[in-house]
Write a new protein. Structure first.
Length: 318
């Protein structure tokens, strides 16, 4: 897996002096797929036996171990043996990390690397267990956390990590990436995913559902109360809230500035909707969406929450 060209500068800066690297990093980027790729590349480079380059050689024994997900000095909370899942990293996963660090590196004088992607999944117990490790970091060990929701990471964890913000690609970099890889994407998908070709390609299937949901939201106050919950909630409540947030942000933005960020192709529809948009109510609704997003991934009644959000959405129109 190669770095995306818009990450190369940060990658080279971090790996140019590996002996001076911090014991823990928190990587933040809006696109989690890109975060995952970058963190894995960092891990591979740190463990590669070929030290003549900052990039992994892909052919040494260490790189082959990484390719087979069997490197003895690499730990991931998402390994097959882990209790972590797409929604939760439990304390048992962090206890396993602690046990991993208690063993000496496989290579004399080598490093041990631990990876916690989507670290916002940690529950309170897991976070507290990780804090104890970060407070007294083992020698020759590096912990890499990544997230696309940094607000969900406790300040005490952030303060013990070096924070790295991963940039988003420019339009020119996006175009070059697509050209080099012989890929095509429509402008609607790129706009929705903040011009990130990685997210747009990775979530092509879900974007088709975004279009179907926004077609319903386009009805404004006339939207019906009988929703197809299976359609709206197939990818989970947090995903649905995110779609509604982006749609409502464009309503708010267009009302004030005539600018659209996520749905430029729906300009005509949005232009008609905002005629009856109440600015005060849309601001209240955006605040409500943020509140729901905080607990949306927890065990809640998704159907009831969705129904209440649709009721509140209707109210933003006079």
């Amino acid at each position: 897996m190669n770095n995306y060209l818009w990450h190369n500068e940060i990658f080279e800066r971090l790996l140019s002096k590996p002996e001076q690297m911090a014991h823990a990093y928190l990587l933040y980027g809006k696109d989690q797929a890109s975060n995952n790729s970058f963190s894995i590349n960092i891990s591979e480079s740190l463990l590669c036996f070929d030290q003549d380059s900052i990039y992994p050689c892909r052919v040494c024994e260490a790189c082959l171990w990484m390719a087979k997900k069997s490197h003895p000095d690499f730990f991931s909370v998402d390994s097959e043996e882990s209790d972590a899942n797409e929604k939760l990293i439990p304390i048992s996963s962090i206890r396993a990390l602690k046990s991993f660090f208690e063993l000496s590196p496989h290579v004399v004088g080598g490093k041990k690397v631990a990876l916690i992607n989507q670290s916002d999944r940690m529950n309170n117990q897991a976070t507290n267990a990780l804090l104890k490790i970060l407070e007294e970091p083992p020698s020759n060990c590096i912990i890499i956390l990544s997230t696309n929701q940094p607000d969900l990471i406790l300040p005490t964890v952030k303060s013990r990590c070096q924070l790295i913000t991963l940039p988003e690609p420019t339009k020119e970099q996006t175009a070059e990436y697509l050209k080099v890889n012989n890929l095509t994407l429509d402008e609607e998908a790129l706009a929705y995913f903040n011009s990130s070709p990685i997210a747009a390609l990775d979530q092509h299937e879900s974007f088709q559902k975004v279009m179907r949901i926004t077609n319903i939201l386009s009805q404004g106050k006339a939207i019906g109360s009988q929703l197809d919950n299976a359609e709206w909630l197939e990818f989970g409540l947090p995903w649905t809230v995110n779609v509604i947030q982006k749609w409502c942000y464009d309503l708010f933005s267009f009302k004030l500035t005539n600018e659209l960020f996520y749905f430029p192709a729906k300009r005509e529809v949005i232009e008609n909707l905002v005629i009856n948009l109440n600015l005060s109510k849309i601001l209240q609704f955006l605040k409500k969406l943020n509140e729901v997003k905080v607990y949306a991934s927890k065990p809640v009644n998704k159907e009831i929450n969705l129904e209440l959000l649709v009721i509140e959405y209707r109210k933003v129109f006079n």
